[in-house]
Design a binder for this molecule. Structure first.
Ligand code: NAP
Length: 285
C-alpha cells in the first residue's frame, strides 16, 4: 500500500480503505448476490494492506458486518473498523431514522455483537438531515459510549459545518464522513475546515455512488479524457484526485467485485499531473 498512513482515532490507517456498503444485496438489503465473492473481496482488500474498513450494522441489516466477521475474524491488530449509528432498516428495506440517544446506544451494541468485538474503533454519528433530536444530546450519548470504552472515537457523518464546529467544541472528533467527490462538492466549506484542522475527512460516494444508474463522476467528459490521456481508468482518476487534494482524506470506495477492488487499490499509485489537476479542479455538475 503506497500511501503513508494517517492517524484515525490514534490508529494508523492507509489512505486507501474499503467501504462495505456494496456487499449486501440490491439496495443494501438482504444477502449478497454472491456470498463467496463478497468474502473474497474482503480478504483480498486486507491482504493488499487495506486496514480501514467502513461498515454499518444497518447495511443488510447485519449482512455487511456478518461478512466482515466471517472473512476477517479474528481481526489482526492493524485492522481498524469504523461503523455508524443513526439509522435502521424497515422490513421492506426502507431507511429509518434511529437518532435518539437510546437508539444510538443500541446501534453501537448491535455493532459490537455482529462484529464480535468489545470496542468499535470509531463510530460515526450519522445525522438525519431532517432529524429533530438535538445534536448536544446525541454527542452526550456518544461521549458516554466512548467513556465506557464501547467505542474508541467519535466520528460525524452527514453534518453541516456548524454541526462540526459545535461537536468540536464539545468533544474530540475522530473524522468526518460526508458525500464528496469530483462532481458533488456541496460540502466544500466543511471539507476545507477539516483540512485546516487536520481532521481526517472520509468522502462517501467517492465514485459517484451506486444509487444512480450512471455515475456522474465516472461519466464526466473531463474525467474520461484525463483517464485516456494518462492511460488509467476513470475510477482511478476520481480516487487519485481525492488523494491529491488534501493529505488527510481517507478513501473508502465500495465494491462487490474483485476486479474493481484491484482497480481501485491501484489508484493509490496514480499521480495526477498538473494538467490533470488543473482540468479536474473545474469539473462541476
Ligand atoms: N455515512 C453515510 O451516510 C454513507 C453513505 C453512503 C456510503 N457510505 C460509505 O461510503 C462507501 C463508499 O460509497 P458507496 O459505496 O456508496 O459509493 P461509491 O464508492 O462512490 O460507488 C460504489 C459504486 O461504484 C461501483 N464501482 C466500484 N468500483 C468501481 C470501478 N473500479 N469501476 C466501476 N464501478 C465501480 C460499485 O459497483 P460494483 O460493486 O459493481 O463494483 C458501486 O456501484 C460505502 O461503501 C459506505 O461504506 C456512507
Amino acid at each position: 500500500m503506497p500511501t503513508a498512513p494517517v492517524l484515525l482515532a490514534g490508529h494508523p490507517v492507509h489512505r486507501m480503505g474499503f467501504g462495505a456498503m456494496q456487499l449486501p444485496g440490491t439496495g443494501v438489503f438482504g444477502p449478497p448476490k454472491d456470498h463467496d465473492a463478497a468474502i473474497a473481496v474482503l480478504r483480498a482488500a486486507r491482504s493488499a494492506g487495506v486496514n480501514h474498513i467502513d461498515t454499518a450494522q444497518f447495511y443488510g441489516p447485519d449482512v455487511a458486518n456478518d461478512l466482515i466477521k466471517e472473512a476477517l475474524f479474528p481481526y489482526d491488530d492493524e485492522l481498524v473498523l469504523v461503523s455508524k449509528v443513526g439509522a435502521a432498516r424497515g422490513a421492506d428495506g426502507g431507511w429509518l431514522p434511529a437518532q435518539r440517544p437510546e437508539e444510538l446506544r443500541s446501534g453501537v451494541e448491535t455493532n459490537l455483537r455482529s462484529l464480535g468485538v468489545d470496542q468499535v474503533h470509531v463510530v460515526n454519528l450519522r445525522r438525519h438531515p431532517e432529524g429533530t433530536v438535538p445534536l448536544d444530546e446525541q454527542l452526550g450519548e456518544m461521549a458516554a459510549l466512548r467513556d465506557e470504552g464501547l467505542i474508541g472515537g467519535i466520528g460525524l457523518s452527514n453534518v453541516t459545518l456548524d454541526e462540526y464546529r459545535t461537536a468540536q467544541a464539545t468533544t474530540e472528533v475522530a473524522c468526518v464522513q460526508n458525500a464528496y467527490n469530483l462532481i458533488e462538492r456541496a460540502e466544500q466549506d466543511l471539507f476545507d475546515a477539516c483540512v485546516e484542522d487536520g481532521t481526517p475527512f472520509v468522502p462517501f460516494f467517492p465514485l459517484g455512488s451506486a444509487f444512480v444508474a450512471e455515475s456522474p463522476v465516472l461519466n464526466d467528459p473531463v474525467v474520461q479524457a484525463t483517464a485516456a490521456r494518462m492511460d488509467v481508468t476513470a475510477p482511478q482518476v476520481a480516487l487519485a484526485w481525492l488523494l491529491a487534494i488534501a493529505p488527510r482524506v481517507l478513501l473508502i470506495p465500495g465494491t462487490s467485485a474483485l476486479a474493481h477492488l484491484e482497480e481501485n487499490l491501484a489508484a493509490a499509485d496514480v499521480v495526477l499531473d498538473e494538467e490533470a489537476l488543473s482540468a479536474l479542479a473545474d469539473v462541476r455538475p
